[in-house]
Design a protein around this ligand. Sequence first.
Ligand SMILES: NC(=O)c1ccc[n+]([C@@H]2O[C@H](COP(=O)([O-])OP(=O)(O)OC[C@H]3O[C@@H](n4cnc5c(N)ncnc54)[C@H](O)[C@@H]3O)[C@@H](O)[C@H]2O)c1
Length: 336
Amino acid sequence: MPTALVTGCAGFIGSHLSERLLADGYRVIGLDNFDPFYDRAIKQANLAAALREPDFVFHDLDLLAGSTALSKAFADERIDVVVHLAAKAGVGPSVREPASYLETNVLGTVHLLEWMRLAGVKNLFFASSSSVYGNTEELPFREDMALLAACISPYAASKLSAEQLTYTYHHLYKLNVLNARFFTVYGPRQRPDLAIHKFARLLLAGQPIPVYGDGSTARDYTFVADTVDGVARGVAYLLAHAGTYQTINLGNSSPVKLLDLIEAVGTAVGVEPVLDRHPMQAGDVEVTYADISKARQLISYNPRTTLAEGLQYFVRWLQKEEVTPAPPLLTSVPAS
Ligand SMILES: NC(=O)c1ccc[n+]([C@@H]2O[C@H](COP(=O)([O-])OP(=O)(O)OC[C@H]3O[C@@H](n4cnc5c(N)ncnc54)[C@H](O)[C@@H]3O)[C@@H](O)[C@H]2O)c1
């Protein structure tokens, strides 16, 4: 049974991924420091299902404690693959406190890479972000686009820097790497700071929706089970292909304009939205739009959840009709 270390396992995507890898036959070691970006109780609830599984082990640990602390924590483990999701996420807050974003997302990644080198762990799946494309004019975004003058927020810069570091460790120490750029992931357990979650709560509370800019910005919203399916496929690919260094987009390839999103959330919640207009926020990009042909070809990635379906699953979770949501459309990729 292969063992996967999932950093950021108590977060939105990490908790779904941990459950998916357990279902696929992995032993999962989860690491998280319950970063206070949002409520610890939410993260503990995220972890509840994984914690019930005998093949799941949890470590309450901060990556910034360094490679020696990681070596101590995992001294008795044989880890086959690391899925590195732990990060400070979010564009707006990174503009306000850049140093802490760079510290966690870059220095934290360096500590992890150093521990992997020392411990001889050979495979890394790294969660990057569509934000690295910035306002690149050519659409859809392709992985081979030049990005040296693209990042328009400290968060984006931290993710591109971490991608560069995974290349450095691939070059120096033959680390086997798959970087995946996620595109606005949504679904049950979505972070409370993200648009769909925020909008649904405001609508249910009878409050207006803040709209930044003219509403024409667009995002390639991707349902969490589709993203997680891409990660599971990526992990299986890494374990079967030594010498890999690849970067892929895990998006939906179907951007939705902000005003259309608000209408769709209103429909899912059953409330007519009232808009509250504001100027565009610093660091926000105009459009995200993934070309996913490389991920389709490399790992048979195939996102299938429409926005209307995904919003239904999300709203059902929000209204607590499902106490422990089972993400739909999970096809199993058995651990080899
Ligand atoms: N959600 C999205 O739309 C999206 C889009 C692009 C990229 N991503 C990336 O995917 C990953 C997961 O995102 P998410 O939405 O699940 O975020 P999240 O905030 O829910 O999860 C991140 C987890 O990392 C943990 N963490 C933070 N700093 C840590 C540290 N120093 N040591 C240990 N753990 C730490 C947090 O406590 C949290 O549980 C992140 O790397 C994020 O940048 C997410």
